[in-house]
Design a binder for this molecule. Structure first.
Ligand code: FCB
Length: 431
């Protein structure tokens, strides 16, 4: 049976930031920094999913999905990151998991979707090698608590964003801008992933584990050798830096050289990181066009913006890239089982007479589903698709300004209204 799902993440939807013993996360801290988030937004309330999860599960049932990808807020279950469990936080996920199963929906949790406990950031965060152990210990506890009912686990969501956007460009929490710190963080995120895979399997024999990587393929702005080299570097920075250690047990040499820094690898790390997985979670949104630029650091290229079809994020829409990418992971990386764990688009939705007629989102969704099934028809082992997102939510540095949901959220009343794309998705699943 094909897995049809919707995806969300804890900090983006739960709200209830300091309720029932949840500890602060790096996003609570980051969103307090003036200017860090559009409109000064934060996730204090978000979609109030913590209190409205039953209504949200009912929406999923109405959609006809058979899987729900959500994330566990580490600081909700372990307010200090390590040590004592917060029973009320654990109970919330028990209710959520049971509520999903009662509706015939498989729970697919991600263990880390960027909301690191602030207490762990205070101990060095992902820059510290100890973070890999903190994460593995947490993963083990979660698998013990929920593994009787949860059969599919995802470790880390998009280490690219945590490492590079959180520690190099600083546009995401914890807002650090330092190449060596970012490299350390990337390695410890991957090491944490590898150790967590082992820890989850130690806790439960009958579960499947994967990682979620985002992929942004790059094309050169012109045919010049410099621009073509730029596209190779962009691919290395965005895609190979994470896929290579996980699937090949090595970091891409061209990027290591380009950085001119040490990756803090110790004996056994790469073996751990490349522990064979049950599946790969792939997130895909757009492709990029890049050009050589000698003054850009750490790698000499920049993104350029040709006039092409783009979403409300300014992201290029190019579904054929999605098909090629899935085939690349199948053929070049030998991935045996693929789930599309995120794919979707943001638009300036308008409510007119109580309806949201988001033809642009439908068109994006349709083209990407077609591309995915085309790859599948050519032999790619695609087993499932999760639309990003079930509902509008806190879009990180963009706050609530960007809407990715197939269900509209009126933040003043917390009313949910399925957009036309939700009806489209529902029909597509049915047929
Ligand atoms: C991905 C994130 C997800 C959401 C989408 C739009 O990078 O994993 O939380 O923000 O982008």
């Amino acid at each position: 049976m094909f897995t049809w799902g919707v995806a969300t993440s804890s900090y983006q939807i739960e709200g209830a930031a300091d309720i029932d013993g949840r500890g602060p996360s790096i996003w609570d801290t980051f969103s307090r920094i003036p200017g860090a988030i559009a409109n000064g937004d934060n996730g204090d309330i978000a979609c109030d999913h913590y209190h409205r999860y039953n209504e949200d599960l009912d929406l999923m049932k109405w959609l006809g999905v058979n899987a729900y990808r959500f994330s566990i807020a580490w600081p909700r279950v372990l307010p200090d990151g390590t040590g004592a469990l917060n029973k009320k936080g654990v109970d919330f996920y028990n209710r959520l998991i049971d509520g999903a199963l009662e509706r015939g929906i498989e729970p697919w949790p991600t263990l880390y979707h960027w909301d690191l406990p602030q207490a762990l950031q205070d101990r060095g965060g992902w820059n510290s090698r100890a973070s890999a152990d903190w994460f593995a210990e947490y993963a083990h506890q979660m698998a013990e608590l929920f593994g009787d009912r949860v059969k599919n686990w995802m470790t880390i969501n998009e280490p690219f964003c945590s490492a590079w956007l959180g520690h190099l460009t600083g546009i995401m929490a914890p807002g650090i801008k330092d190449l060596q710190t970012a490299i350390n963080a990337s390695h410890h995120l991957l090491l944490g992933h590898g150790r967590a895979v082992q820890a989850i399997r130690d806790a439960r024999k009958d579960v499947k584990v994967g990682i979620v990587l985002n992929f942004t393929p790059a094309i050169p702005a012109t045919d010049s050798p410099e621009d073509r080299r730029a596209a190779v570097l962009a691919d290395g920075f965005d895609n190979r830096w994470f896929a290579d250690p996980v699937y090949r047990g090595s970091y891409p040499q061209d990027i290591v050289e380009g950085f001119g820094k040490e990756v803090p690898i110790l004996a056994g790390d790469l073996e751990s990181i490349s522990t064979p997985l049950d599946f790969l979670g792939m997130n895909f949104y757009f492709r990029q066009t890049v050009a050589h630029d000698p003054i850009v650091k750490p790698l000499p290229y920049k993104q350029v913006m040709p006039k092409v079809e783009r979403t409300g994020m300014g992201w290029e829409i190019h579904a054929p890239t999605f098909e090629e990418l899935i085939l690349r992971m199948t053929n070049e990386y030998g991935v045996k089982e693929i789930y599309i764990t995120e794919n979707g688009s943001a638009w300036d939705d308008e409510v007119i007479n109580g309806e949201i007629n988001d033809q642009n989102r439908i068109s994006y969704l349709e083209r990407h589903l077609d591309a995915m099934f085309a790859a599948k028809a050519k032999g790619a082992p695609v087993k499932g698709y999760f639309a990003w997102s079930l509902m509008d939510n806190f879009e990180w540095a963009y706050g609530y300004a960007k809407r990715f949901g197939i269900v509209y959220v009126d933040y003043k009343t917390q009313k949910r209204i399925p957009k036309k794309s939700a009806y489209y998705y529902r029909d597509r699943i049915k047929n």
